[in-house]
Write a protein that binds this ligand. Structure first.
Ligand code: NAP
Length: 347
């Protein structure tokens, strides 16, 4: 892929697929990145796209005119769009990625990348064949506290990292069964929607996963509403993850090392603070260093900046969330879904 030079293209044009909730968050994040320009939104419904661009976004409103396209195809074919962001429910991701990659556009696709590893492999193969940038929107990895956490672990601040625990849960009691989080046809279920964060965090800190054991309770719509999993990582490291649509959890994460501990202040996936305890003494006698690393503007800004860095450097994937790791993690979610008996329509 050719690097996108600042002189040829001083601003990077973004087009959003899907005029929904997370696309609105991304639009707000783009307004905090001076090099980014929201160019267009594509919806299956032109009136919805128009309403989306008219949404009041306060002082964060993106500058310049934004186009409303009445189809995803029109959005990817818009010559002003450099990067296509995919903010649709999971089962749509593979089709929207294909559309955008075949149009030769760089792609940032929401998590989970796809419904399963088979779909993910198809998207990655296409991007590699076309030599086009592709990245899973695992924004958690780019927030400054996560960058600092990885740096601390790598420099041995807590000795050898040996274990991780993390949880993410919210009560979906108020949601209709047709809601994306609960409907099988929209890829509902806790593991793919929010369990992906503890899973991804464990791999981010402890590295390659070599085994997984999951248990889950399936709810009335047939998707997982409470899931626990144990992972084994290369090098005799273990992690525990939990996600719930039944109960709101503390959204904590802890990294244990042979010479200390790091508690990630909640919610861990949007961390802004770390608490580092060094040494092997009893916990009540171990001083805790508080490390503040607030994000700027919004939790989604740093991933936008990573996409820009990659495009400017001519890279086709991010070294922080490599495509092979996205594929591996999709595969582990397939494994865990098989263990708990969860299949999606068409699988
Ligand atoms: N990174 C994060 O923090 C975060 C947070 C929330 C969600 N997400 C991810 O973002 C994706 C979208 O989540 P969301 O909460 O934004 O969903 P949403 O608001 O329910 O839907 C997003 C948009 O998807 C489009 N869409 C395409 N096919 C659809 C279908 N069959 N049914 C309904 N909508 C369809 C619709 O746009 P049009 O009608 O305009 O075509 C809809 O507005 C999911 O994969 C989710 O995991 C990520």
């Amino acid at each position: 892929m050719q690097a996108l030079s600042t002189s040829a293209r001083p601003l990077i044009g973004w087009g959003l697929i899907g005029a929904g909730g997370i696309s609105d968050q991304l639009a707000r994040a783009l307004a905090h990145v001076p090099e980014a320009r929201l160019v267009a939104v594509g919806s299956r419904d032109a009136a919805k796209a128009r309403a989306f661009i008219d949404l009041p976004r306060g002082t964060e409103a993106p500058a310049g005119p934004v186009k409303a396209h009445g189809s995803y195809r029109a959005l990817v074919e818009d010559p002003e769009v450099d990067v296509v962001y995919i903010g649709t429910p999971h089962p749509d991701h593979v089709d929207s990625m294909r559309l955008a990659l075949e149009a030769g556009k760089a792609v940032l696709c929401e998590k989970p990348f796809t419904l399963n590893r088979r779909e993910a492999e198809a998207a990655v193969a296409l991007a590699r064949r076309r030599d086009v940038f592709l990245m899973e929107a695992m924004w958690m990895r780019y927030v400054p506290a996560m960058v600092e956490l990885r740096r601390l672990v790598a420099e041995g601040a807590i000795g050898e990292p040996v274990a991780v625990s993390a949880d993410f849960g919210f009560s979906a009691a108020g949601l209709a069964p047709s809601h994306r989080a609960l409907a099988p046809a929209l890829g509902g279920g806790g593991l793919l929607d929010i369990g992906i964060y503890p899973l991804n965090f464990a791999a981010f800190v402890l590295g390659e996963i070599t085994g997984a054991q999951a248990d889950a309770v399936l709810g009335p719509t047939g998707v997982d509403v409470h899931t626990v999993f144990n992972l084994r990582h290369a090098g005799n490291r273990l992690s525990q993850g939990m996600c719930s649509l039944r109960a709101t959890t503390g959204c904590h994460a802890t990294v244990l090392g042979t010479n200390g501990r790091i508690d990630v202040s909640p919610p861990f996936y949007a961390a802004q603070q770390l608490k580092l305890a060094r040494g092997t003494g009893p916990w009540e006698e171990t001083p805790v260093e508080v490390i503040d690393r607030p994000w700027r503007g919004s939790r989604y800004v740093a991933q936008v900046e990573e996409v820009h860095r990659c495009l400017r450097a001519g890279r086709v994937e991010s070294a922080v969330m490599p495509l092979d790791e996205t594929l591996a993690l999709m595969g582990w979610m397939d494994t865990m879904r098989a263990q708990v008996g969860l299949r999606y329509p068409g699988e």
